[in-house]
Ligand binder design. Sequence first.
Ligand code: GLU
Length: 237
Amino acid sequence: MCGILGIIGDQPVAPLLLDGLKRLEYRGYDSAGIATLVNGRIDRRRAQGKLTNLAHLLAREPIAGTVGIGHTRWATHGPPSERNAHPHANDRVAVVHNGIIENFRELRHALQESGHAFETQTDTEVIAHLLADELAAGATPEHAMARALAQLEGAFALAVIFAGHHHLMIGARRGSPLAVGYGEDAMYLGSDALGLAPLTSRICYLEEGDWAVLSPAGARIYDAAGDPVDRPVKQTA
Ligand code: GLU
């Protein structure tokens, strides 16, 4: 289980994501990547190995955008490689995931039967396809997320961005920690408080089954049943 960071605000996020991922390096990882929205479309950079490889790639091929997600991966399904590195993306969503989707084989099989072509060997990629299917059928991002979450079994934390939605990022926690950080004109998701530390000291730890809909101005948090809930925001040191 490795590192997740998400940022939604009004400043370029790529350098902040890279810095944040560096602070999560202590957890160990085999590859890393980030995805942002540029003119409403998903852009991403991924690299196998150390974060310096991703940093060099970003220096050569910078990535703009004021909403984005980043990940350090510790492979459980599919060997470490650039192709299997997160974020996993299609033209509708980009997803980062910590943990394991236990029922990914059944989901993958059903998605392939309905015409989805898979690019990676990860358990994670099913989430991107499930969300794309729901969005293609006309669901809002929030409904697509609720429906996808209802189909997933296992232990996971997720962060998702949606093409065409600059002011939206959704996180979910089931069996793997995820926190929401509250900043000035920006909001954050992090798999641990260390990744968020220099960005904000106001943190809300999601509870088991919670998912959070973030804009640059704040967050709405829902429990596993989809009911809105209030969770305490704590001041860290
Ligand atoms: N199961 C996912 C994968 O193998 C996520 C691993 C992680 O937690 O980093 O890609």
